[in-house]
Write a protein that binds this ligand. Structure first.
Ligand code: G3H
Length: 167
């Protein structure tokens, strides 16, 4: 259906698919494989729930999610990783720049250690979760935040400020 309407990208593994529709890490990996095999590019979402962060399990959760996806990827040039802490999506509670940078940096290290330095350096890791005009510039300054997955604010005029956050 996505190809039929002329689109090239698909978002897979969004928190609502994981936590409302009950999609497992394994199913999301299979969906990524299918999308890539059909020629689509993929934004693959990962992220911990508040209880997982508070228990100190953020890295374990996002690494397991990333591993399940990575098993199905040979060509990372058509994949973007979107780190979206579930507690920050649509809530107005954005991760601080330090919180987001820490996870992005740890994810890049995971890619380097488990896949290759080349994949780690070339893969875009974007942040999603209550990004708006007021917080986007500080988030964009972080070295491992390569862009944003914007929900609510994409429907408002401030979206243009988010697009230009790095200027
Ligand atoms: O689907 C959109 C992303 O999950 C982020 O949404 P948000 O910017 O409204 O928090």
């Amino acid at each position: 259906m996505i190809k039929d309407i002329g689109l090239n990208w698909v978002i897979i593994g969004h928190s609502e698919r994981r936590h409302v529709f009950g999609e497992s890490n394994e199913l999301i990996g299979e969906k990524v494989a299918h999308a890539l095999s059909e020629g689509l590019s993929v934004i693959a979402c990962i992220g911990e729930q508040l209880s997982e962060r508070e228990a100190g399990n953020t890295n374990q959760v996002v690494f397991e999610q990333t591993e399940a996806i990575s098993k199905h990827i040979k060509d990372w040039s058509r994949v973007v990783l979107a780190y979206e802490p579930v507690w920050a999506i649509g809530t107005g509670k954005v991760a601080t720049p330090d919180q987001a940078q820490e996870v992005h940096s740890d994810l890049r290290k995971w890619l380097s250690d488990n896949l290759s330095v080349d994949v780690a350096l070339s893969t875009r890791i974007i942040y999603g979760g209550s990004v708006n005009a007021a917080n986007c510039k500080d988030l964009a300054k972080q070295p491992d935040i390569d862009g944003f997955l914007v929900g609510g604010a994409s429907l408002k005029p401030e979206f243009s400020e988010i697009i230009n956050a790095r200027q």
